[in-house]
Design a protein. Structure first.
Length: 360
């Protein structure tokens, strides 16, 4: 109808320019106007059509507005066609009724969407509080370790998760996991990991077995998502650490005896991909004044304003520069460095989670 009306307009303007006849194509203009209005009427009065082709709700008020405008338009077009004079005021009244009905329907839709948005925001705040509650409320009470943990979700809820398994005053396990994606779907899987971890305390001293059983629990539960995770077990009495990971970034280890940073890599498949998947365990000795860093990939993938990632090298430099600081102070400095790198006006690109552990 738009194409036909455009062609009629062009032909009408041409006839006026070349033949000085302004009404040569007026009949066709009236027909297209009546046809268009008739189409609107049909769409309005048939629920299936209005549900498919109309954005605005409130079919009742729209039907009244369209009907009044339709009657006025039929009157105007037929009167001109039959040679009768029309009353201009009728045209303005019909158009005003049409505009009012559409404005009312639009306003109703806006207020309805606003109410829905407020409800969604309330639900998201509830979800945020629930997810916050699944994170450890207290750090392990191991007097031989100094621990600092940071958790910064990109959205109200996130897919990052960390947890502790405290066997006794000398033995503690540390888990960190990263669910793909963001928002509610990722947060639900993180909650599943929390529930699963409560049944895995018997495997706290065996990272490979713990990840294997956790992967079996998540098997067939992830749909199109995936989970990376790493687990560190520290036995302070024996001065032994055990580490295993499932597709996760490596563990950073400050070896005070060798005065260097080491990356501990011991990776298996992502969690839940294959049932009974095996995860290799790296066992090594540690010393007092050593430091460990578990983290999710959002830490090293944080970008600056030019799109450059924070990266492993910068993280390595940070750990060396802060090696002698207390773990809480080093943790605060890492937060400051990330904020300076990212710039204040930049949006966070991913969830950020890490756990720093010092051996006293």
């Amino acid at each position: 109808m738009v194409y036909i009306a455009t062609a009629i307009a062009a032909a009408g303007i041409g006839s006026y320019i070349f033949f000085n006849d302004a009404n040569l194509f007026m009949l066709y203009n009236n027909l297209i106007a009546v046809s268009t209005l008739a189409t609107f009427i049909i769409i309005i009065f048939f629920k299936n059509l209005s549900g498919k082709y109309l954005i605005l709700p409130s079919r009742g008020i729209l039907a009244v507005g369209i009907s009044v405008f339709m009657v006025e338009a039929l009157y105007s077009n037929l009167a001109r066609f039959l040679g009768y004079k029309t009353i201009p005021l009728f045209g303005w009244i019909g158009f005003a009724v049409l505009i009012f009905s559409m404005a009312y329907a639009a306003a109703k839709m806006i207020f309805s969407n606003e109410r829905k948005l407020i409800e969604i925001e309330k639900e998201m705040e509830t979800a945020r509080q629930i997810q916050k509650s699944i994170l450890p409320k207290h750090l392990p009470g191991n007097n031989n370790l100094s621990i600092a943990a940071s958790y910064y979700p990109m959205t109200a809820v996130a897919g990052d998760y960390y947890d502790f398994i405290e066997i006794d005053k000398n033995r503690t396990g540390f888990l960190i996991a990263d669910v793909s994606g963001h928002g509610v779907p990722a947060a639900l899987i993180a909650s599943m990991i929390k529930v699963a971890m409560q049944s895995l305390t018997d495997y706290a001293n065996d990272p490979g077995k713990l990840l294997k059983v956790l992967g079996n629990i998540l098997f067939n539960q992830l749909n199109d998502q995936f989970v990376t995770a790493s687990y560190l077990f520290i036995d302070y009495e024996k001065q032994i650490a055990k580490y295993s990971a499932a597709g996760h970034p490596p563990l950073y280890y400050w070896n005070s005896a060798k005065v260097k940073i080491e990356q501990i890599k011991s990776n298996g498949l992502l969690l839940g991909v294959i049932k009974d998947s095996e995860y290799p365990v790296h066992q090594f000795s540690f010393n007092k004044n050593d430091r460990f860093l578990l983290y999710t990939d959002g830490l090293i993938e944080t970008e600056d304003s030019d799109g450059k990632a924070f990266g492993e090298n910068r993280l390595n430099e940070f750990l060396i520069a802060n090696k002698n600081l207390p773990v809480a102070e080093a943790n605060e400095n890492l937060i400051i460095d990330l904020k300076q790198w990212q710039q204040q006006d930049s949006l966070q690109q991913d969830d950020l989670t890490w756990v720093l552990i010092d051996i006293k």
